[in-house]
Design a protein around this ligand. Structure first.
Ligand code: RP5
Length: 177
């Protein structure tokens, strides 16, 4: 089972700008847990705690960390600032925030050329975790096979739904069996 390690030996750092981001980030944590990934979890704001953020990123990088997932809402500068602090890949997760997350999305996705942040959808923290798993699996055959299994299970779940629709029809699809 994965552990929320405080510092070293984590492959992934999950950093969020505020504890108000935590609920939206739960799918990220549970997905990383389900793949047995070691990660750190930190609340660090690009604006309110820039020194702490800098220390967090450099500690993670020095300890051999590989990928950072950064969640932020509103002005949402956190993922871009992290990208400026490290050559490691950064995945940005726009939080729903006050303007339905359009503000966060545009802020995170509009990075200048030369400073990429891989941006997922608003609240897309599960996909951020899965993208990180995919990157890690490039050098980890066991993880790649776990990821392939996940994809097969996901496909099977959709096919089961399709079978149910054909069997029950649209009027009774959501009825309990
Ligand atoms: C961002 O501002 C955070 O990522 C959060 O989404 C948003 C609001 O933060 P709080 O005012 O709730 O701390 O920095």
């Amino acid at each position: 089972m994965a552990k929320m390690k405080e510092e070293p030996q984590a492959d992934i750092a999950v950093i969020m700008g505020s504890d108000s981001d935590l609920n939206e980030m739960n799918p990220c944590f549970s997905t990383l847990d389900s793949f047995g990934i070691n990660y750190t979890a930190t609340i660090a704001s690009a604006h309110r705690t820039h020194d702490y953020l800098k220390r967090t990123v450099s500690t993670f990088e020095r300890a051999g960390g590989k990928i950072l997932i950064a969640a932020a809402g509103g002005a949402a500068h956190l993922p871009g600032v992290i990208a400026a602090l490290t050559p490691l890949p950064v995945i940005g997760v726009p939080m729903a925030s006050k303007l339905l997350g359009v503000d966060s999305l545009l802020s995170i996705v509009q990075m200048p050329a030369g400073m990429p942040v891989a941006t997922v959808s608003v609240g897309g923290s599960k996909n951020a975790a899965l993208l990180a798993v995919q990157i890690l699996s490039l050098n980890d055959p066991k993880l790649r096979s776990r990821y392939s299994k996940f994809r097969a299970q996901q496909a099977d779940a959709v096919i089961q739904k399709s079978k149910r629709l054909k069997l029950k029809g649209y009027k009774n699809y959501f009825e309990k069996d």
